[in-house]
Design a protein around this ligand. Structure first.
Ligand code: SF4
Ligand code: SF4
Length: 600
């Protein structure tokens, strides 16, 4: 078979496809998103963006109950959302193979925390596989299905950011041709978790763990690499690759199956070397196990407990601990790159509403003016629009987890907050879990104002579809849920829609809704500029009219810059022009206008 250069995510997709995958469901989330995007391109496999991770696991579980192989993919925090479904899957077990991918994000590149999904494997009593490169991502995806069916269990596949997004060579194995007709057969004792049946199933889950523990001892997923007897390294995931680079002569116990752990294999390995190091990103999951078995090992007292590892971090930690000499790194560090804060894109429909919230809430301040205490309480949520927390907008007061903003605002209102709390949520997050929070707010008559920022896509993760987008995972047209109809159907009496690029309308609607003593929902609609072709001539500043007041800078548009020599300027290559024109609406001197020249 030909050698392929694949990212870990592409390799997981191909491995699952070659293992006879029939259905995949996911909610997009970095670093896992590309798995479903790759699967959606394979013919003969049903792929969907589910409305959230719990739904994705439930869809995949239902499919596996008919005897076919199914997969659900998400990022680590998505597994929190799917935890109930995950535990249900563990309890009933499977029929066709079921693999749940939870991609962890050490270093918190694009997440709200750094939790270690291996703890869910322990909680759910399911096997956990950790690939360390694309070849293993491919192989482990295949092995996971086989393990799932052999042990009647869902299997957790846990890649991390660096494995998901780095490319390395993959040698695929022959594709399995599974001849399976989806068919459901009744078996209430296995699939209907009434207490009597659940008690029996849980006993089987414990038996399953005993069998898996025996399997772990001889599993090819774990392997010893003999080297020097002076130093033995127990490692998993990308930590193994870094450790090999830093300690080329050491002995290694490379663990691919990290739950359950192989007791005897670890003990034998530790007995063959003088000193044991455990190298694993995020938590001391393996190290704790070694300690519980009375094996002396060094781990987190040397290597960081937080953040993403690199060979340099491992090398520096080992030098500090006196384990190796201060040998120079083989690789050159990347040239110092300028740090760039994350920004909303030029022409983003969120900029105008955030600017309005900022000015109404007394947050935006012209240069030289004293900031005033904020007037509005704004509960944010997870998505591009979380970037509204940065200056000059600075309009997010809380941001915890998907869908939480509306419930938090309701909590504040119920606690008796003096000002009407306001929640800001994107369309995809609203479909994900915001709708539950809105239902709760309606039911409990929470007097809050909810802004649904509808840009028609899941923009932050790369423009995936969702139930309100009209676009399926295959990029084909799909049925579309109309947000305002959904909101009114949920019982909201006051729901309006405004154009995100009409600042006057946004301001008027916000003022009205904040003055109302009812639950108000405003859908602020405007397409994501990176998807739309509706561009026109960029805006330009007339330097004779401009008095450098800085009002246009308060929109936070990255196309508008302040230059020492030329004052305020607009980057014509970045500006989306008349499609947006927010700066034009803000300028008190009418100094901003359409440029003369070719439309782009
Ligand atoms: S029109 Fe103004 S606010 Fe919109 S992208 Fe161009 S410079 Fe930015
Ligand atoms: S372009 Fe308008 S808003 Fe921007 S600094 Fe000049 S006068 Fe102020």
């Amino acid at each position: 078979m030909e050698r392929l250069l694949l990212s870990g995510n592409e390799a997981i997709a191909l491995g699952a496809c070659h293992a006879g995958l029939k259905l995949a469901a996911a909610y997009p989330g970095t670093p896992s998103t590309e798995i479903l995007e790759a699967i959606a391109k394979f013919p003969g496999i049903y792929a969907e963006w589910s409305s959230n991770e719990a739904v994705a696991v439930e869809v995949a579980l239902g499919a596996c109950y008919t005897g076919v192989r199914a997969m659900a993919c998400m990022k680590h925090v998505g597994l929190n959302v799917a935890a109930d479904a995950f535990m249900a899957a563990s309890t009933t077990g499977v029929r066709g193979g079921l693999v749940i991918v939870a991609a962890d994000d050490p270093g918190i590149h694009s997440s709200q925390n750094e939790q270690d999904s291996r703890n869910y494997a322990r909680l759910g009593k399911v096997p956990c596989l950790e690939p360390s490169d694309s070849q293993e991502a491919y192989d482990f995806a295949r092995s996971a299905f086989q393990l799932s069916e052999e042990f009647d269990t869902p299997v957790l596949l846990r890649p991390t950011t660096r494995v998901c997004h780095s490319k390395s060579v993959v040698m695929p194995s022959p594709k399995l041709e599974l001849e399976r007709t989806p068919q459901f057969s009744h078996e209430p004792g296995k699939l209907v978790m009434l207490p009597g049946a659940a008690r029996e199933r849980w006993r089987k889950v414990l038996e399953r763990m005993e069998k898996l523990t025996i399997y772990a001892e001889k599993s090819p997923l774990n392997r010893a690499v003999e080297g020097s007897a002076e130093l033995g390294i127990v490692a998993s995931g990308i930590g193994f690759q870094y450790a090999r680079e830093v300690f080329p002569n050491a002995s290694f116990l490379k663990l691919g199956l990290t739950h359950p752990l192989p007791d005897k294999l670890i003990r034998d390995f530790a007995g063959r070397v003088k000193k044991v190091l455990v190298i694993e990103e995020v938590e001391d999951f393996i190290e704790q196990y070694l300690r519980s078995q009375g094996i002396t090992a060094l781990g987190k007292e040397i290597f960081p407990r937080t953040g993403e590892f690199s060979p340099d971090i491992i090398r520096d930690s080992a030098v500090k601990a006196g384990i190796i000499d201060n040998t120079p790194a083989k690789s050159w560090p990347a040239a110092g790159l300028a740090r760039r804060p994350p920004l909303l894109c030029p022409g983003c429909p969120h900029s105008g509403v955030f600017f309005t919230l900022s000015s109404l809430g007394h947050r935006s301040t012209l240069p030289g003016k004293k900031p005033r205490p904020p007037k509005l309480t704004i509960c944010g949520d997870i998505g591009c629009y979380t970037l509204g927390a940065y200056q000059p907008l600075g309009v997010i007061d809380t941001c915890g987890c998907m869908g939480a903003g509306i419930s938090q605002a309701a909590g504040m209102a119920k606690a008796g907050a003096a000002e009407k709390p306001l929640a800001v949520i994107g369309d995809s997050t609203f479909m994900h879990s915001g709708i539950n929070s809105l239902l709760n707010a309606v039911y409990n008559q929470a007097k809050i104002c909810v802004l649904i920022l509808d840009n028609g896509t899941t923009a932050m993760t790369g423009h995936q579809g969702h139930p309100g987008s009209g676009l399926a995972a295959t990029r084909q047209p799909a049925a579309r849920v109309i947000i305002e109809e959904l909101v009114r159907g949920a019982g909201v009496r006051n729901a309006s829609v405004v154009d995100a690029f009409d600042l006057k309308a946004v301001r008027a609607e916000l003022r009205r809704a904040m003055a109302s003593s009812e639950l108000e929902v405003i859908i602020v609609r405007g397409d994501c500029p990176t998807l739309t072709r509706k561009r026109s001539r960029p805006r330009i500043i007339n330097t004779e009219k401009c008095d450098n007041c800085g009002a246009c800078l308060l929109i936070g548009c990255s196309a508008i810059k302040k230059s020492e020599s030329d004052g305020i300027i607009i980057d014509s290559g970045a500006c989306v022009g008349g499609y947006c024109a927010l700066c034009q609406q803000v300028c008190p001197k009418e100094a901003i206008s359409e440029s003369i020249g070719e439309a782009v």
